[in-house]
Design a protein around this ligand. Structure first.
Ligand SMILES: Nc1ncnc2c1ncn2[C@@H]1O[C@H](COP(=O)(O)OP(=O)(O)OP(=O)(O)O)[C@@H](O)[C@H]1O
Ligand SMILES: [Mg+2]
Length: 458
């Protein structure tokens, strides 16, 4: 048994804070209802599927499951319980310091959601009450501090922090205070820096009216597990930019021997106002209860989703499918293998829904534990088909996926030629990475050469 719980959802999508709706959680379900005045605003709501257009005045009744206690756009605000989730530990630690003890997994989730489920990635802000929301939105921006100086005056080592022991994450809290959460395997902090770019000065994420600063995600390199990952991510972003994808500004930096990547947030506009953003995981899981993990779909299924006559996600269906194909092919060529549903997001800008700029394009196959071709199936790769008595190979699967998207052979060849020429210099670029161990460089180049060879035979 749990007591019924209640929280409120607000958003600053229009530039000013507006209440979006109410969340009621019972033992078996989470119920969300849009505020009537919010429905008048015409703003997008929680998500593309759980939208005001579709649900209007009706209550969204979400049957609770182990994975999704809450509707996916709300669940996304909570770093999942897992032994090594840095963000989750950070927040639970903070809650401990303000006298909120750790409880059951659900109680922890609930506390994380109501205490830190605002100001994070995207446009959805959750609070325990409307008063708390108003109070929070009224807090002005804090002045930025010198990351390097402040840290040494505290006399702790950021390097220790990365060992993820509880008492060490406490030091970080002293320095930056509670920062909103962002999910994932790599230690990340949401911070702000001067709009002109990284210079070592950081502050908490921007607040209303602050246009001198820009919001960033600071990704820290855990060099025991992933040496060289910062340089690799920078290379991934560069290549995607050259291939014509929108990519955020970024700065590679180092302090106390820790490599870090500061990446400008694109879920905020030029005035630092939130932009509607939702991962494909949240979109899919909102409409299909079989989707429980961020790899529970095939790329072919995503293609069909963009073609669904009953649901228009992206107006220009053809360009959505082309984006998907190009991202997947480039992910193969750069040894990424990690293009799962949480690494693809949609945004609404000027009333138009489209893919967000690129994030997390790290050539992860450089690390043996991540050396898989693809996080999700495509074109029945590896499946036994009726005609053949051996599993379908890579090139066959690429062709089949291309066909399932409705493109012809010439379109595929042209795209492959373009991407081969963009990645022509890949081996050289990888060899130039100073912090990636030689073994990893060698493996990554071997993987790239193999894919390049196979794709050029198509
Ligand atoms: N520049 C950005 N602007 C806005 N949102 C971003 C940006 N970069 C990342 N995000 C969001 O933050 C989330 C986590 O970032 P990212 O995917 O880069 O790291 P990660 O999840 O730790 O990597 P992994 O997927 O290997 O665990 C993303 O899923 C995305 O929602
Ligand atoms: Mg990611």
């Amino acid at each position: 048994m749990i007591r019924d719980a209640h929280a409120v959802v607000w958003t600053r999508l229009s530039g000013i804070p507006v209440k979006m709706g109410e969340l009621h959680v019972t033992e078996s379900e989470s119920r969300f209802v849009y505020e009537l005045p919010f429905l008048q605003t015409g703003l997008p709501g929680l998500g593309l599927v759980l939208s005001p257009d579709i649900f209007a005045e009706n209550t969204i009744r979400w049957l609770r499951t182990e994975r999704f206690n809450f509707p996916p756009p709300i669940q996304s605000l909570i770093p999942p319980a897992g032994e090594h989730n840095f963000q989750r530990r950070l927040i639970l630690n903070y809650l401990h310091t303000i006298g909120i003890q750790s409880g059951s997994e659900f109680e922890n989730d609930w506390n994380i959601l109501t205490f830190s489920g605002h100001g994070g990635i995207g446009h959805v802000d959750v609070f325990s009450s409307d008063d708390k929301a108003r109070h929070w939105y009224a807090i002005p921006t804090m002045p930025q501090q010198d990351f390097l100086k402040k840290k040494s005056s505290l006399g702790f080592s950021l390097k220790n922090m990365l060992t993820w022991y509880e008492d060490e994450t406490g030091y970080l809290l002293d320095f930056i205070g509670p920062t909103p959460s962002v999910n994932g395997a790599i230690p990340k902090l949401l911070l702000s820096i001067p709009r002109t770019g990284w210079n070592g000065q950081v502050g908490l994420p921007t607040r209303f009216g602050d246009t001198q600063s820009t919001d960033i995600i600071l990704k820290l390199e855990k060099d025991t597990a992933y040496p060289g990952i910062v340089e690799l991510e920078a290379l991934g972003l560069d290549i995607h930019r050259q291939a014509g994808f929108a990519t955020p500004r970024y700065w590679v930096t180092e302090f106390e021997g820790i490599h870090a990547l500061a990446i400008e947030r694109f879920d905020r506009d030029e005035q630092n106002i939130p932009v509607f953003q939702e991962s494909l995981f949240s979109v899919l899981a909102s409409g299909n209860r079989n989707i429980q993990n961020h790899y529970d779909a095939s790329y072919d299924q995503l293609g069909r989703m963009f073609d669904n006559p009953r649901l228009t996600l992206i107006e220009d269906r053809k360009s959505a499918k082309k984006h998907l194909l190009k991202r997947l092919l480039l992910s193969f060529l750069t040894g990424n293998g990690d293009l799962h549903l949480e690494n693809l997001s949609l945004q609404i800008r000027n009333g138009q829904t489209d893919f967000s700029p690129v994030y997390d394009p790290v050539p992860m196959r450089a690390y043996s534990i991540h050396n898989i071709l693809s996080a999700m199936p495509f074109g029945h790769y590896g499946d036994y088909t009726a005609k053949q008595n051996r599993p379908r190979g890579f090139t066959q699967a690429v062709k089949a996926f291309n066909q399932s998207l409705g493109f012809d052979k010439n379109q595929l060849s042209a795209l492959i030629d373009e991407l081969l020429s963009i990645t022509d210099n890949f081996a050289h670029q990888v060899n130039a990475l100073k912090s990636l161990p030689q073994e990893n460089r060698k493996n990554l180049i071997r993987i790239h050469d193999d894919i390049k060879h196979r794709l050029s035979m198509l």
